[in-house]
Design a protein around this ligand. Sequence first.
Ligand code: AMP
Length: 563
Amino acid sequence: MTQEIGGFAALGLHPNILAALTAVGYEEPSPIQSQAIPVILAGHDMIGQAQTGTGKTAAFALPLLSKIDTAKREPQVLILAPTRELALQVATAFETYSKQMPGLNVVAVYGGAPMGPQLKAIRQGAQVIVATPGRLVDHLRRDEKVLSTIQHLVLDEADEMLKLGFMDDLEVIFEAMPESRQSVLFSATLPHSIRAIAEKHLREPQHIKIAAKTQTVSRIEQAHLMIHADQKTNAVLRLLEVEDFDALIAFVRTKQATLDLASALEAKGYKAAALNGDIAQNQRERVIESLKDGRLDIVVATDVAARGIDVPRITHVFNVDMPYDPESYVHRIGRTGRAGRDGRALLLVTPRERRMLQVIERVTGQKVGEVKLPNAQQVLDARIKKLTNSLAPLVADAEASHGDLLDRLTTDIGCSPRALAAALLKKATNGQALDLATVEREQPLVPGAGGAPRERRERDGERSDRGGERGEFRERRAPVPLTEGRVRCRTALGTRDGIAAKNLLGAILNEGGLAREAIGRIQIRETFSLVELPEDGLDRLLGKLKDTRVAGKALKLRRYRED
Ligand code: AMP
């Protein structure tokens, strides 16, 4: 098992953590992880210069989890994050990486939610506290001993914390922890104020920075698209409709993502395959050969698996998941523009990854312009153009070879040549009507998909109108309009239960006896999922699904009340 994740195994992490990494499908450490993990494991203080998207959370979570003594039921690790959103994200990451560590508990402590349950979780022996500074200070006011057993501290996004005015709170928190603790600081930038904190509170910190060499990437036209993570597959499908590509390579981060995206593409009729570290070498070679000779047009790969691919017909690279660093970006997009040809590279950027985009632009010395998601009209135009291009070359000689047949069929059927031509077009398009209404129905536009909503950076402790419960908070981040006649249903199963859209879809199709078209959008989140189902006959359907289990867990689908 450890062989599969050779890169991580060599770093000296605890075997239970390696097992969890295999389960999430990470293939190898990102650059910041390779450098930071040994330093943190060795117990040094550290300053890491890295932004979101580099894999920095795992860079501190993995070694710190390896150091925790689960037999001791007291707080040992404290992570400070500037926002509630980041605190929740980090807490979820710790939960994921500690799946195989029985007895390990994580508590997220942030403003806008009641203090009682947070304090209770701390007192019950959560070993990891992930907190926003303001709320943590509130807890310290109630109980000054809360942090007295902390052995490891991480300041995540330290520059953001200072921008939000948490300096004084940080001082209070530092004072409440044992001096013997290990301190790690992550920051995208290192302004004077951050250096001053490091000087005062860190002991001989080691500096880690991912060196960025300038790289040239001429001949490759680059663009980016702002998108929410849960809309990436939809976006890829829509982009593929309008992009004029020969062969394409799509980069994602995990093995599971290669499989999910490749099967979504196959389902839409693309000749696509996954390429990841689990696939045997000879099979990988076959995939690449198929891409070369046109039996495949799209390969969905992780960075590891795509190493060294040299296929001249690759015209496009889609960076569906952000690369860890600019070098890896340059390396990825270098898969196109081979043999002196032009290539096109597209980068999907989630709101939190904006900063990484700027770093890429700086390092490559090129602006990566923004493109919008194609609208229904553009998709329709592209489909018609494709059809035109496929028919136009036949027009010249088809009349000579098939003209007599046309005469005969119009006579036999008793229809006009126009009616027959229309029937043949219907066949050629698999019955798909090429009009705007059809395209809009197939691809409902999702608000915010094209232009990403502003990232929320709320001051910790402010009253929230979005509720404190985790699921609710996230649900409201992406309001999606419903198609008429459909209602949304909710299950408490999500990605943390190992659920993907295809599992949910399969269960509802099989056990509910519905046609695929009856099921609308499926949104999978960490702690819950939403699925659009026909309103008509809903109670009967939910009755049929009453005992359905997905990934070994009860589905318990319920109608979801929209506000
Ligand atoms: P972060 O920079 O910590 O915000 O991480 C960005 C994303 O990269 C998260 O979605 C992680 O799950 C993912 N990630 C982190 N490390 C790895 C890895 N070694 N392999 C694949 N994905 C990773």
